[in-house]
Design a protein around this ligand. Structure first.
Ligand code: HEC
Ligand code: HEC
Length: 334
């Protein structure tokens, strides 16, 4: 039988359960219905900017550039070295290793669903994927190649001449292989890397059996305890910056971009889509397991110590955020 339940009712039940040392309210299937308003399904595509239309030619070109190691100083590092499709489009090491084996300061975020982020990088120093794309090619500790050299390298290949011409048929400027076009093509390809149809999405669409009872309990805890305040929207990020000092980090985060005191140690809320695949966690990769990451979040963001059972439920819910990986073939390069 379905009990009349409101959001408040569940919050109250959760508090009582907490006080009694019980994990989470035991709810029948239908009683979770109210949480359908708390979450947003992940659409198949993110918003496409008006000045960078999505065409199959641009996607194809962007994919080649993403896997192209010859636009790096060493000739062996591509975007896919660190954003590796086999590793959740990330690298599974605490901090990225780039040119000459140098270890960077930060953990490599996944590029899956990155078209949904309202800010790019842990410190949000770029707004969109077009702005983001050229940084890693030039960064000394990433691909370490001056942009002019990368463009010159690409110009040596007839196949790239053809692919850029096909992707930008209306362009009548000097050279169709230029920095703007490289950035646009990389951004366009990355906007295809989305992971819809996770158990949460299927449950939101009405498939009651898509999530296990434990995942539903975790979902209720996630909503009732306020994780959704920051991890919200289709990609479960508000794309905002929040102050936190995760274990072992001296990185000043957003402060390095704005110079504003309130941004010292503030970092962008990362997406939780596919978070079960993208360990280790946090801006410095200090935390290996989801359970630890959830515990840190409870303590640092909510001033709350979760019980082992609650952490297990929340972790189960995190696994319900793993979607269908994009179908694509590794491109053949010239
Ligand atoms: C050496 C490893 C490495 C390489 C190579 C690399 N990245 Fe990254 N990428 C990172 C790291 C580390 C960050 C986070 C840096 C920061 O926040 O300051 C990042 C951040 C990003 C982000 C932002 C995601 C988010 O959640 O904010 C995108 C998008 C991205 N990279 C795409 C690319 C593209 C496109 C290329 C190739 C042109 C590339 N990366 C090459 C390691 C790498
Ligand atoms: C006040 C905003 C806020 C709240 C509330 C919040 N988070 Fe976070 N979350 C963040 C930020 C910011 C980070 C990145 C911190 C860093 O690396 O410096 C993060 C990181 C994470 C990570 C690691 C993801 C990764 O890829 O590194 C997980 C998992 C996570 N949060 C889960 C949760 C859970 C579960 C809750 C509720 C118990 C929660 N968060 C509450 C803002 C928040």
């Amino acid at each position: 039988m379905r009990q009349p339940s409101t959001f408040k009712h569940v919050v109250l039940a959760a508090c009582t359960a907490f006080a009694l040392g019980v994990t989470a309210p035991v709810l029948a299937d239908g009683d979770y219905a109210q949480y359908r308003d708390v979450f947003e399904p992940l659409p198949a595509l993110p918003p496409i900017p008006a000045d960078n239309s999505m065409t199959s030619e641009k996607i194809e070109l962007g994919k080649m550039l993403f896997f192209e190691p010859r636009i790096s100083g060493s000739g062996v590092i591509s975007c896919a070295t660190c954003h590796n499709p086999a590793l959740g489009w990330s690298d599974r090491i605490p901090r990225a290793v780039g040119h000459d084996g140098q270890v960077g300061e930060r953990n490599t975020p996944t590029v899956l669903n990155s078209g949904f982020f309202g800010a790019q990088f842990w410190d949000g120093r770029e707004d969109d994927l077009e702005g983001q794309a050229l940084g890693p090619i030039e960064a000394d500790i990433e691909m370490a190649m001056p942009l002019e050299d990368a463009i010159a390298r690409l110009e040596e290949f007839n196949e790239y001449q053809d692919k850029f011409a096909a992707a930008y048929p209306e362009y009548d400027g000097d050279s169709v292989i230029n920095a703007d076009h490289v950035a646009q093509a990389l951004a366009t390809f990355q906007r295809t890397l989305n992971t819809p149809n996770s158990p949460l999405d299927r449950w939101l669409a009405g498939d009651e059996g898509a999530m296990t009872p434990q995942q539903k309990r975790g979902m209720a805890l996630f909503a009732d305890n306020g994780c959704v305040a920051c991890h919200r929207g289709p990609a479960l990020t508000d794309s905002q910056f929040h102050r936190i000092q995760v274990p072992g980090s001296e990185d000043e985060g957003r402060f390095l971009v704005t110079g504003e005191e309130r941004d010292r140690f503030a970092f962008k809320t990362p997406t939780l889509r596919n978070v079960a695949l993208t360990y280790p966690y946090f801006n410095n990769g200090a935390t290996e397991t989801l359970a630890e990451a959830i515990q840190v979040m409870g303590q640092e963001m909510l001033g709350q110590d979760f019980s082992d059972e609650e952490i297990a439920d929340l972790e189960a819910f995190m696994h319900a955020l793993t979607g269908e990986m994009p179908r694509f073939e590794v491109p053949a390069l010239p």
